[in-house]
Design a protein around this ligand. Structure first.
Ligand code: CA
Length: 401
């Protein structure tokens, strides 16, 4: 059984710390070049290297921004000073020799205008240490700022912020006018009413749903689900809004707070009835301890449930509010998922089959057509959880956290 456990809780602001360290290093490199008589780098670049790590493994999302002249191809190099080993990559061809890593553009992302960015990612293993690399170079030239940066400029000395940015929006923020924009503050009693209705789609058991006045992301109310293991205990609260005409891309945002880590067994906490599956559901839940999409009609999963596929997803943190967002294309088999600010590589279908990610998912090419949103809990054997939903939004345009 593969069950990745995060070594550290993910901290979005950790990425900023890393970036600041990189920039400091890049400026140092530029100054060194000048001191040795070389010209300052003309092909400046910036690299945002964002790591998600767990015991023994990691993924890194790399955003390369070209600050120099336009490029028709790129080759980004760096050195791992720990014992990281790249095992796979997406959106770049990545090779490693010793600690030296080379990432080369694919056929579709080699062109980089001034100021443009390319994003790719790697997955790998580590045992004793996995510090972020600091010696990025683009086409052989160290990332040295803009190229017009005065070479004697000292490294920035202002420490990066060490507190996370505020993540709690004001109630309802960012979703006014959306088809669903609910902070549950209009609920008047424990039974969901108005735009929400309790439903037990299969058979009703001991799973329950109620408006909660003790735990909330915004205001004083949220939706609480006490989910119980077993097929008959499926319990959902369905929005009464008809989503049939939302699109062409359906954007969904919700804040969710779980009590129990996602189990190894398959569970679902978001269910979208889908006319392209004859009314069966497009489901968001977990398996093997990580988030996954599941298609009810053929039980396909995104990512594939191989260890490599699961490693490209994420566990869902417990005991804290998490912003979960989806973009579901209803015109092509494309799907994207974000946890907080991070796009999750394993929960990304782009129409081009990729082993361990969307190869299985894309076996069915008919795009989904969700018609409704249901929030709750559905397990198929084991897996209890108490969870809350708040600040839920669905619309045709992107909705922030
Ligand atoms: Ca609320």
């Amino acid at each position: 059984m593969y069950s990745p456990l995060p070594r550290l809780p993910h901290r979005p602001w950790a990425a900023f710390v890393t970036v600041a360290a990189l920039l400091a290093s890049c400026f140092t490199a530029a100054a060194t070049l000048t001191a040795s008589g070389a010209e300052p780098a003309e092909s400046g670049c910036r690299v945002d290297y964002t790591v998600n790590e767990w015991s023994g493994g990691y993924t890194a999302q790399v955003k390369l921004t070209n600050l120099g002249p336009s490029l028709s191809s790129w080759r980004l190099t760096w050195t791992y000073t720990g014992d990281q080993r790249v095992t796979s990559a997406w959106n770049a061809t990545v090779t490693q020799s010793g600690g030296s890593v080379v990432a080369v553009n694919t056929s579709w992302n080699g062109t980089l205008a001034t100021g443009a960015s390319a994003e790719f990612g790697v997955q790998g293993t580590w045992r004793s240490a996995d510090p972020a690399p600091v010696d990025f170079a683009l086409n052989g030239i160290p990332c040295g700022g803009t190229g017009t940066q005065p070479p004697t400029t000292p490294p920035p000395t202002t420490p990066p912020p060490t507190t996370p940015p505020p993540t709690t929006p004001p109630p309802g923020a960012g979703c006014e006018g959306a088809v669903i924009c609910s902070d549950f503050e209009d609920q008047t009693g424990p039974t969901p009413t108005g735009a929400w209705r309790f439903t037990a789609p299969d058979c009703q058991g001991t799973g329950t749903a109620a408006v909660d006045t003790s735990v909330a992301h915004s205001g004083g109310r949220s939706l609480r689900i006490d989910g119980r293991a077993g097929y008959c205990n499926h319990a959902f609260v369905a929005a009464t809004a008809d989503l049939s005409s939302v699109g062409p891309v359906l954007h969904v945002r919700m804040w969710v707070r779980h009590t129990t880590a996602l189990p190894a067994a398959h569970v679902t906490f978001v269910s979208l009835p889908d006319t392209s599956q004859g009314g069966r559901s497009l489901r968001v839940g977990g398996q093997n301890g990580a988030l996954q999409w599941n298609r009810e009609s053929d039980d396909a999963t995104l990512p594939a449930q191989s260890p490599a596929g699961v490693a490209l997803s994420r566990p869902l943190p417990t005991g804290s509010w998490q912003c979960l967002r989806f973009a579901i294309d209803t015109t092509a088999p494309r799907l994207d998922t974000w946890l907080g600010a991070d796009q999750i590589p394993g929960l990304h279908a782009d129409g081009v089959p990729t082993q361990d990610i969307d190869q299985q998912w894309l076996a069915r090419t008919t795009p989904p057509r969700p018609t409704a949103l249901r929030l709750g809990w559905e397990s198929y054997g084991v897996g209890d959880d108490t969870l809350w939903f708040d600040d839920v939004a669905v619309g045709s345009t992107p909705i922030g956290c």
